[in-house]
Design a protein around this ligand. Structure first.
Ligand code: RIB
Length: 294
């Protein structure tokens, strides 16, 4: 199976801070690193590092040209990443002493993608391919409906969540990946709802969609029809949690494409995400397939 990932490409500005800045506060950071990121680009890098055939589609400005070389170096086909006169997407990331992050996004090229570009790219893919999406670009609804009309499988990671997600045609999606906050929002539940209530609500609302609920240190739950699987985390010393979820998704999809079962895929994805959080950075922290697969 080939993967078309239509998703964000960002330049990450990572500020290391003691704590996440509060309203009205001015905070000194102890380091500033500029690196490659974007949930879309990170997931493409993870798919490629895991050995999958992946095409990334998106839009960048002149400031992001270095990202093309980087993604190509990992084995991602970048021929569907278009240029744009404005800036590349930007992510201002605060990384605190507990290695948790807070992120502010500027859409840039991610917000300038057009339906015409989507049509041109989708025309190069078929029902044997899977479309991979996140929630950091425009026209997600159009991408889902057009890809399904071509018979493609669709996976969406509903991150970052905002209420506009409620109007997406998610009942058409084959695999929906959410964390507990995204899942609760989508399920119309309070943030304090139990993981099992979130999972059961989503499985009930989207009966033809496989649900992956990722819950940080608690691991993840898979739900589809009557099947439920829990996968714990891969214990490691945490250096930086940025892109852990992206690594998980890339390795999970790549595992399935290699013929592994859902259980094996969740186990490999958990190992890959564990290795990613043990290292600093987003894309750079994603492990190579030799480190993950037996
Ligand atoms: O998932 C991590 C990513 O989220 C970062 O690389 C940042 O660009 C934001 O999109």
């Amino acid at each position: 199976m080939r993967f078309l990932n239509y998703g964000s490409v960002n330049i990450d500005l990572i500020f290391t801070v003691d704590h996440i800045v509060k309203g009205g506060e001015t905070l000194q950071s102890t380091s500033l690193v500029r690196s490659a990121g974007g949930k879309g680009a990170n997931q493409s890098a993870a798919l490629a590092k895991a050995g999958s055939e992946v095409f990334h589609a998106g839009k960048i400005g002149e400031d992001g040209l270095f990202l093309l070389e980087l993604l190509s170096g990992y084995g991602v086909d970048v021929s569907h990443i278009r240029r744009y006169a404005g800036s590349t997407g930007q992510a201002l990331i605060q990384l605190d002493a507990q290695k948790q992050n807070a992120i502010i996004l500027y859409g840039g090229g991610n917000s300038a993608i057009t339906k015409q570009e989507i049509d041109q790219t989708l025309a190069c893919f078929t029902g044997d391919d899977m479309l991979v999406l996140q929630h950091e670009i425009v026209h997600i609804d159009y991408l889902i409906t057009q890809a399904k009309a071509r018979g493609m499988k669709v996976c969406i990671n509903l991150a970052p969540y905002d209420p506009s997600a409620l109007s997406l045609p998610l009942q058409l999606v084959d695999l929906l990946v959410v964390n507990e906050l995204e899942g609760a929002g989508l399920a119309g539940l309070d943030e304090s709802a139990s993981f099992s209530l979130i999972l059961e609500t989503l499985v009930g609302s989207y009966p033809d969609t496989q649900i992956l609920l990722t819950v940080g240190k608690e691991g993840c739950w898979y739900g589809f029809k009557d099947k439920r699987i829990h996968q714990g985390i891969y214990e490691t010393k945490v250096a930086d949690t940025t892109a852990a979820g992206d690594t998980f998704i890339g390795y999970y999809l790549a595992s399935l494409a290699r013929g592994y079962s859902v259980e094996q895929g969740l186990s490999y994805a958990s190992k890959a995400a564990g290795l990613a959080v043990s290292r600093p950075g987003a894309m750079a922290s994603i492990p190579r397939k030799e480190e993950v697969f037996d």
